[in-house]
Design a protein around this ligand. Structure first.
Ligand code: FAD
Ligand code: THG
Length: 809
């Protein structure tokens, strides 16, 4: 026998793809169970119109889509193709949308997709039905097209079956059986099945199935209208299923596809219609199928009006049929993939479109078989990416509905969620409001991006005004706060940065095993180090501060790190991992005058000798007990100062009062981001992700090869001399925002990760992934920004203070 005993719940596009991919990798004890009857078991895949637009702001989603297209292009079901590669066209009828299409073309190029913004003539050549007068241009992606979802399901199921996979349709899973934190099987209406691994690919029923092991799955099924016309004169006589590109008219929340001489019309402009999982009808009770609800014609009126205007030929056609079809929405528009943190062996692959289905099947199969996924960066898809408030039923439903409403909206990368807000506030919130903080939101936290109280600092400074797009969620005060931090001193609210407490007699040896650097050092040591996966790629970059022989405070990047450490914690109970973020808070006090602010408040020695760079200690600042760590993500002298949440406000007021004689200001995230990019500090999740190894990401210095053993050691050392791409620092005249393509000689060669204006160095700064041969300082490249190509140059990094005189002084 090869591989564990697997039960896959659900024979939709996701379950079918996973079964096929697992069987292809040699696992030979797999059963797919579905309550419905194949070939159309009745989930979302059974009626999906199958439009595949690959372009996405997320590289991962584009990669998953491309894999799906490539796979389905090579598949047929009993001689009929699983993919009709007719291309995709997104049209613009307004200026802002046309600009957005250029931005989307940029993403396509950044992720390696062929795409072109074309004029109105080319649009009508591609889709002659369009009203030429309304169209300003379009984004054409030749490899997009129509997935035949039912065929794709059955082609993959048949291939899996040929490799020995059992398929039990008309069998409902009633319970998932588990003992001592492990799954042992499922109970169905046709008897029990034992299993080591159960994968929930149950689509809109996912929350119900996950509930069987006590797992909250943050998705909400929403109805979405899909209508079919009768014959459209412009298509009369068309025998082929589809010839012209699939079409999107995002300004009116509409999409279109041909079906012989008729048109399918999908609509997202209607009111959100969430459905509770318990309200979904059973296979028998449902009139058509469980995922199909009756068409509510009044909700479609506006869609039909706009359609008859944009596609005049439809004026002579009628709507013949329609459905309100159910599919899953999540709080951040990303799928839910991974293993339950509580019940080992229970996995989910949920909230996946047809567009990404085969890619997700491959990613999950790799993850299950190899223990990690190397072909796709899944950090944005992992089930464990949420903080607890993001699992609240109101939040899941509210965000899901809002994402339905905004599905085709033009979104700025800094655009915060509007509701529910405020959710999480640091103890300094009241003071931040008094200072005129301009708040954006991250992981529920309210974070000031700048303070209006600093407006007077702008006078007399040279702070270039960015273009309209980059100037959203921006103020010249950002530039003033950044420069002022380097000149004087500022305090930054660092509360949102997640902190874990790893404690116990086995804590040191546990962290030694997890980290690339030596952390078993003296009490008071602070270490910047990496967590790697088994393949030697970066899971995270963290700081480890030793508070006592048995206690470490670990500064991490998010909930994924908590899950990762918990999964690896020794089974003997010698170490435990606890999230202490909510009960604590942190102020970064940074700048050349930071020591002047602190010294009068404490009897402890905070001189260079008293507390060296990357050391920490406990102290009292006035009445407030704190832990101070001497490090700085903005690259200036100073400390991260931690205390408990109850004393947070007192800490702020204490520092504020002591700082006034020295000109202390509060500064926001805008300045913070600019300063950290000047200093070249990477941000996990944007600059580097699960895809990257330390060497190419420029953090190889944190890997200590003389350490005999740590997770991912040998794998990462093998990669050391094989660097083919590099995270590189670019400078340019302008400000860009991230995710832009980088061109060399007219060809897309890479993409920007994060970017800002560097107010100290006096240029735009953009970090970008480039082929190693182009990563040499001085190399000229171009950054694609909307319809412009901005000249940029690879720079020696870091741009600011490479000799570390600021930090070590
Ligand atoms: P499903 O296809 O729903 O499969 C889940 C299966 O699990 C079902 O067959 C169900 O019977 C089974 N199941 C559930 N619970 C149990 C149980 N307890 N025991 C046994 N079996 C169980 N996506 C695109 O990419 N492009 C589009 O153009 C597109 N258009 C859409 C239009 C509409 C109207 C709708 C509704 C969806 C559309 N989607 C589109 C989304 C897409 O259809 C879904 O995201 C996708 O089909 C989900 O596949 P799945 O395999 O996860 O779920
Ligand atoms: N503070 C704390 N923990 C953190 C962060 C932080 N954990 C997550 C994230 N941020 C980690 N990222 C960094 C990146 C760079 C540095 C610290 C945290 C840094 N690097 C120095 C450098 O590269 O020169 C020091 C390296 C060294 O001496 O080993 O300071 O902001 N608490």
């Amino acid at each position: 026998m090869v591989g564990p005993k697997v039960v896959i719940i659900g024979a939709g596009v996701v379950g079918a793809a996973l079964a096929d991919e697992l069987a292809a990798r040699g696992w030979d004890d797999i059963t797919i169970v579905d309550q419905g009857r194949l070939p159309e078991p009745g989930g979302s895949s059974s009626h999906a119109p199958g439009l595949v637009f690959q372009t996405n702001a997320s590289k991962t989603m584009a990669d998953l889509a491309r894999y799906t297209v490539d796979k389905l292009c090579g598949l047929d079901y009993r001689g009929d193709p699983c993919f009709l590669q007719v291309g995709g066209l997104e049209v613009a009828t307004t200026g802002p949308r046309l600009a957005e299409l250029h931005r989307r073309a940029g993403w396509a190029h950044a992720w390696g997709l062929d795409a072109e913004v074309v004029g109105p003539d080319r649009c009508t050549e591609l889709v002659p039905m369009l009203d030429r007068e309304q169209v300003l241009g379009g984004l054409h992606v030749p490899t997009d097209g129509l997935a035949k979802a039912v065929r794709a399901v059955n082609a993959q199921v048949e291939r899996a079956r040929a490799r020995g996979v059992r398929v039990l349709d008309r069998t409902e899973v009633l319970d998932v059986v588990h003992h001592g934190g492990r799954v042992t099987g499922v109970r169905t209406d046709a008897g029990a099945l034992s299993a080591d691994v159960v994968v929930c690919c149950a689509g809109i029923w996912g929350p119900k199935v996950a509930g069987m092991v006590g797992l909250t799955l943050p998705l909400v099924p929403l109805a979405h209208q899909l209508a079919w016309t009768g014959q459209v004169p412009a298509l009369a006589g068309q025998r082929e299923e589809a010839l012209r590109p699939i079409l999107r008219h995002q300004e009116a929340d509409l999409y279109y596809r041909e079906r012989h001489d008729t048109l399918g019309i999908g609509y997202y402009g209607h009111r959100p219609m969430p459905v509770g999982v318990e309200e979904i009808l059973g296979v028998e009770a449902a009139e058509v199928m469980p995922s199909v609800q009756p068409f509510t014609a009044p909700d479609f009126e506006e869609a039909w009006r706009v359609t008859r205007s944009l596609l005049p030929s439809t004026r002579q056609a009628k709507i013949e049929e329609g459905i309100n079809g159910l599919f899953s929405f999540t709080t951040d528009d990303m799928p839910l993939l991974g293993e339950s943190p509580e019940v080992r062996g229970f996995w989910v692959a949920e909230a996946v479109w047809v567009t990404h289905s085969a890619g997700v099947g491959a990613a999950m199969a790799e993850w299950l078989v190899d223990g990690h996924c190397s072909s796709f960066d899944l950090h944005g898809c992992e089930l464990s990416r949420f903080d607890p408030h993001q699992l609240a039923p109101d939040y899941v439903r509210g965000r899901g509905c809002q994402n339905f409403v905004e599905v085709y909206d033009i979104k700025h990368p800094l655009q915060p969620m509007e509701e529910p807000r405020p959710l999480r506030t640091s103890p300094f919130h009241q003071r931040q409001r008094e200072l005129g903080g301009y708040f954006l939101e991250a992981m529920g936290w309210e974070r000031p991006h700048w303070y209006e109280s600093n407006a007077h600092l702008v006078e007399g400074r040279d702070i270039p005004q960015p273009d309209d797009w980059a100037a959203r969620y921006w103020s010249p005060i950002v530039g003033a706060e950044a420069q002022y931090t380097r000149e004087a001193v500022a305090m930054y609210d660092m509360t949102a940065l997640k902190r874990l407490l790893v404690s116990g007699p086995g804590a040191a040896s546990f962290l030694e095993r997890m980290c690339t650097g030596k952390i078993d050092k003296s009490v008071g040591s602070v270490t910047y180090t990496l967590l790697l996966d088994e393949a030697g790629r970066v899971r995270s970059d963290v700081t480890v501060a030793r508070l006592s022989p048995t206690e470490f405070q670990v500064g991490v990047n998010g909930p994924l790190d908590l899950d990762w450490l918990r999964r690896h914690v020794p089974g003997d109970g010698s170490a435990s991992v606890r999230d202490i973020t909510a009960g604590t808070c942190c102020i970064g006090l940074w700048g050349p005058r930071a020591r002047d602010v602190l010294a009068p408040l404490t009897s402890e020695d905070f001189s260079n000798e008293g507390l060296r760079y990357f050391r920490g200690k406990a102290a009292y600042l006035g009445n407030v007990p704190v832990t101070a760590l001497r490090l700085s993500y903005v690259g200036e002298l100073g400390w991260e100062i931690y205390t408990t949440a109850d004393l947070g406000l007192k800490l702020w007021d204490t520092l504020w009062a002591a700082g006034q004689p020295h000109g202390l200001i509060a500064a926001g995230r805008g300045a913070f981001n600019s300063l950290r990019l000047e200093k070249g500090y990477r941000s996990f999740g944007t600059d580097m992700t699960f895809e990257h190894d330390p060497w190419e990401a420029g953090v190889g210095f944190a890997v200590k090869p003389d350490k005999p053993d740590f997770l991912g050691r040998d794998a990462t050392l093998r990669r050391r001399d094989r660097v083919t791409r590099k995270l590189s620092c670019l400078t340019l005249d302008r400000t860009v925002l991230g995710n832009e393509p980088v061109y060399s000689g007219g060809t897309a060669v890479g993409y920007v990760t994060s970017a800002a204006y560097g107010y100290t160095v006096g240029s735009g700064v953009a970090y970008a992934w480039l082929p190693a041969e182009l990563a040499e300082p001085g190399t000229p490249v171009e950054i694609g920004y909307f319809d412009e190509r901005l000249p940029a140059t690879v720079a020696e990094e870091p741009l600011f203070d490479p000799k570390m005189t600021r930090l070590r002084g």
